[in-house]
Design a protein around this ligand. Structure first.
Ligand code: FEO
Ligand code: CA
Ligand code: CA
Length: 724
């Protein structure tokens, strides 16, 4: 998602803050447990021993020295920062375009025409807009999931939103609060997910789309889907479309993603607040409890979607985007449509006729993504999730069913088994480097009708209003959790905290949604830009990581540190806490992914370092929780950092084209074909005055074609594995 602020008609509200809860902030705890003065008095080494000595880290499961494969090394020349309108990759690598906005998935639809003439209906068979999270699934000759197959697969790609300057339409997008049905239909169909078969050719490791494949599919904001889990059939999900609350239409604002051990795709609904409007005065038709729930998720009365889809006509397909009370009961209108978004959605790419399922047991919030633990037979399957808004929380879900490898390939049946029954937890990061997972189950931890924050009626109410449940159990407010990733070698979990312009000095008195720094979100500073574009707070972001007690993903305690701080290489040492240099400095980490060897890939969605470089992707060989030291961050707050980055452990692998975000990554199992998504190239321009012609500019510097989001394919010229 773009880093641009919310201004109609461009729908962008990454990082919106609606958490005004009064639960204790971690700085209140830190003052007691780890004051800056204590760090300075005791010395950094002494404090580190105090922090980690008590955690028994050496007693954690797995090798005490492992960070992954000890033979891993970064075998490429770092790419220099630049502002060119191409994807820049290391010497010895090749890049091609797999698919871009509007490319046809059939053999019969025409190629994209570069003039917005494609019909709305054809977007049911064309690649959508705003490429984001994705996953590669090997496809067997028999049409089943084959985890180790590299020459033929199904690539699932999220299409997060309709990107400015709106290459989708003939002349950009109609501005204002009255939209045409043809534009709206096209936008609804350009959202969602694409599934397409891809194959290698007769030589080399590059892959192309099989246009006629029966597996090719579009899931859009109009596709029928079902609910699973405790909120299914709840009164909170009843609509005119589904009077019993068991079904809905469409998935939206599909940001990051996940996958399951049984071979299905997970797509996650992030900025869904953007597509829904609510009438001024609607509060008069709502209970006080309903208003609390709507406001906590940002759906205040009178809020208008910058898409204005609800204005395109009186047909149910348009009316459904207004969450206003207009009928006698919830079965007569779409007052509950807002509750039908904000979920983790499972898709079986191997069964093109299967309905996707929204798994309510994983809670409702601005889901960035959903990442599984390293599944072990006989143990629960655990999924890690972040809520990407300022001040929001990190969650995990622990399945009730125990993992049985015989369920591989069982599609949505397995999904119901593992994802509809289980326990949702929210994270609390303590100032001493420990953490707790707090259970969000009705009847426990005060989550019942007597709750002072919100009178929870049942488990469905807890799940639909997971943010309110997190508030009432004092979960830790984080700096915009983006992607997570689980180290395949040692099980440690990493999560990006992309940035926070709203953090204030430790000595300040916060107002509204402002936050003072804390040990887990420790920095307050001003970035290096001068003039009106400079940003204060934590403009460059960081990456936190944790190790579950006993290396058990279902554990209720953990140990954490901050793996890496984003910074400009020239920044002061207490800003550039990870000692980044020209070959690996970056800002605003967002995408995050481990390949099967344990190499970590970091992608950026930045607005702070873009005066110097376009967004980028780096490769890393991570250490492990506890391999660093205590430190004092800019602004004076104590923190716990991982080992410094070096040229051997962190290098820039890729720089994207102008005005883009790099987000979404996948790789074939043999590590020889990599897929990366480039979202919103040229977003700072317009159709009349473009700033980018990518992807055409990749091979034609004089191209004037429209910029489009796209998936790129990266291979090594010598046919070898990537990055080693
Ligand atoms: Fe869609 Fe949180 O980025
Ligand atoms: Ca993201
Ligand atoms: Ca982002």
């Amino acid at each position: 998602m773009s880093t641009k602020p919310v201004t109609a008609p461009t729908p962008m509200n990454d990082g919106e803050s609606t958490n005004t809860s009064l639960n204790a902030h971690i700085d209140d705890i830190i003052a007691v447990r780890l004051s800056r003065r204590g760090v300075l008095k005791g010395g950094i080494a002494a404090t580190t021993t105090a922090l980690f000595g008590s955690l028994g880290l050496s007693a954690c499961g797995g090798s005490s020295s492992t960070s992954g494969d000890s033979t891993l090394s970064l075998g490429f020349e770092a790419v220099a920062k630049n502002k060119n309108d191409v994807v820049t990759i290391p010497a010895g690598y090749e890049v091609s375009i797999l698919h871009a906005l509007g490319d046809p998935l059939t053999a019969t639809d025409a190629d994209w025409a570069n003039n917005g003439s494609e019909t709305a209906d054809s977007y049911n068979r064309r690649i959508g807009d705003g490429h984001d999270g994705m996953h590669y699934f090997g496809l067997s000759d028999a049409g089943a999931y084959q985890a180790d197959r590299s020459d033929r697969g199904l690539l699932c790609v999220n299409h997060e939103y309709v990107v400015g300057p709106f290459a989708l339409h003939p002349s950009g997008r109609t501005a204002g609060a009255s939209r045409t049905a043809s534009e709206v239909d096209k936008e609804i169909n350009a959202h969602g997910v694409s599934v397409c078969e891809i194959r290698r050719g007769s030589s080399g490791n590059a892959m192309t789309v099989v246009r006629s494949s029966t597996y090719n599919r579009r899931i859009t904001s109009a596709t029928p889907m079902n609910f699973g889990g405790a909120a299914r059939a709840s009164s909170l999900l009843k609509t005119k479309y589904s009077a019993d609350g068991t079904a809905t239409r469409g998935t939206n604002n599909n940001c990051a993603n996940g996958y399951t051990p049984w071979g299905t795709y997970l797509t996650c609904e992030e900025n869904f607040t953007n597509v829904i409007s609510r009438a001024t005065g609607d509060n008069a038709s709502r209970s006080a409890k309903e208003i609390t729930g709507l406001n906590r998720y940002g759906m205040t009365q009178g809020r208008k979607s910058p898409y204005f889809w609800e204005t395109a006509g009186t047909d149910d397909l348009y009316v459904r985007w207004s969450a206003s009370v207009t009928g006698a009961t919830a079965a007569d209108d779409y007052r509950n449509v807002f509750n039908t978004f904000g979920w983790v959605v499972e898709i079986d790419p191997f069964n093109p006729t299967s309905n996707p399922v929204k798994h309510t047991a994983l809670g409702r919030f601005a889901h960035e993504g959903c990442w599984p633990c390293n599944a072990v037979a006989g143990k629960p399957v655990v999924f890690y999730m972040g809520d990407d808004s300022r001040n929001e929380y990190i969650y995990k879900f622990v399945s009730k069913a125990l993992w049985d490898t015989a369920d591989v390939g069982k599609g949505m049946t397995a999904g119901a088994k593992y994802m509809d029954e289980g326990t949702l937890y929210v994270a609390r990061f303590n100032a001493d480097g420990t953490g707790n997972w707090i259970e969000l189950t009705y009847g426990k931890n005060g989550l019942d009708a007597s709750n002072a924050t919100y009178a929870f009626a049942d488990q469905a109410d807890v799940l639909v209003h997971a943010r309110l449940a997190g508030d009432s159990v004092s979960a830790t407010k984080m700096d915009r959790p983006e992607w997570g990733a689980v180290n395949p070698v040692n099980g440690e979990v990493y999560m990006t905290l992309t940035n926070n312009s709203n953090r204030v000095a430790p000595t300040a008195t916060p107002s509204g949604s402002q936050l003072k720094p804390d040990t887990a979100n420790p920095r307050y500073y001003e970035d290096l830009k001068s003039g009106t574009t400079s940003q204060k707070g934590n403009p460059n972001g960081h990456i936190i990581r944790w190790r579950e007690a006993g290396n058990d993903p279902a554990a209720t305690t953990f140990a954490w540190d901050i793996y890496l701080f984003g910074a400009e290489a020239a920044a002061a040492a207490d800003v550039n806490l990870s000692a980044l240099t020209d070959i690996n400095d970056f800002s605003s980490p967002d995408g995050l992914w481990f390949d099967r060897n344990g190499m970590l890939w970091i992608q950026t969605d930045d607005g702070a370092y873009t005066d110097v470089t376009n967004c980028m992707m780096l490769a890393a060989i991570p250490g492990k929780v506890g391999d660093g030291t205590a430190a004092v961050a800019a602004g004076g707050t104590a923190t716990i950092k991982g080992a410094n980055a070096t040229s051997a452990t962190l290098r820039r692998f890729l720089v994207g084209p102008k005005d883009c975000e790099i987000t979404g990554i996948a790789m074939t199992p043999d590590r020889k074909t990599m897929f990366v998504n480039v979202q919103h190239p040229g977003e700072d321009g317009s159709l009349a005055a473009p700033t980018s012609a990518w992807p055409s500019s990749q091979t034609d510097a004089s191209s004037t074609r429209r910029p489009r989001s796209a998936t790129i394919v990266i291979t090594r010229t010598n046919g070898g594995e990537i990055a080693v």
